[in-house]
Design a protein around this ligand. Sequence first.
Ligand SMILES: Cc1cc2nc3c(=O)[nH]c(=O)nc-3n(C[C@H](O)[C@H](O)[C@H](O)COP(=O)(O)OP(=O)(O)OC[C@H]3O[C@@H](n4cnc5c(N)ncnc54)[C@H](O)[C@@H]3O)c2cc1C
Length: 252
Amino acid sequence: MSDNLPIMTTVTRVIQETPSVKTIFFEEEFDARPGQFVMVWIPRVDEIPMALSAPDALTVQEVGDATRALGMVKPGDLIGIRGPFGNGFSPEGRILAIAGGLGAAPLLPLAKQHLGITFLLGARSASDLLYTNILDTCSDLMLSTDDGSAGYHGYVAGLLRDMDLSLYDSICVCGPELMMKSVLEILDAKGISQKGQFSLHRYMKCGVGLCGSCCMDPDGLCVCRDGPVFRGDILLMSELGRYHRDASGRKC
Ligand SMILES: Cc1cc2nc3c(=O)[nH]c(=O)nc-3n(C[C@H](O)[C@H](O)[C@H](O)COP(=O)(O)OP(=O)(O)OC[C@H]3O[C@@H](n4cnc5c(N)ncnc54)[C@H](O)[C@@H]3O)c2cc1C
């Protein structure tokens, strides 16, 4: 498969997962490690990075023009896919997965590949929790919601307070940056930041380390080329959770 040209593939079905999230299935299957990403070409609109939530699916949350256009595709429409790119998760031994909101998308294939892992899934409310039916069957699933409508009442990082993290060898995390920063601080306080593997969903354009829009302080690591998954100890001094960057890489 060429990494450079999009493969045009036909949408086969669309599932409404939550009020603002859809999973789009397509004909082509992509062989990717959990946490790797693809660049999705939405004809006449834009190309954006997305995780694969299955070899033949991606899960989209509508936040702007491109994701809204992707959310409107129907069976029979064509989309283009370039990749997969990036490193993905490299879990070993006993695995703990921690997902906030849409962060569940790259962690779903991990749970399917490593049956029985502990999976902490958080969202704003019960209706925003992703993939609970599937995760219930393949993982030891614990839920949290900000409004207390399902599971633990509070942020997903709060579930870590009563857990013995020494039981786990790899802690794979994806979600909003502030949530990932909270998890990183907990791991750091326990002296196990190196066990954390964090998947960053930063603004990126080229996907191959050329445009520089996803470079991070202090050492210029590119999320697309060097990530999107980074070990916790590498992120401790980084800009994670401190500031974002706009389309041209400026701090915002
Ligand atoms: C490795 C990776 C995996 C991702 N996986 C998924 C996924 O599985 N499902 C999903 O719905 N989204 C995913 N995203 C985020 C998705 O790429 C952005 O939501 C999308 O690019 C926004 O485009 P837009 O035109 O709809 O919104 P815009 O109008 O461009 O922006 C709306 C908001 O999204 C942020 N944003 C814009 N572009 C990007 C970008 N290229 N990368 C990150 N944030 C951006 C902006 O800061 C702004 O807050 C992923 C991003 C990365 C980097």
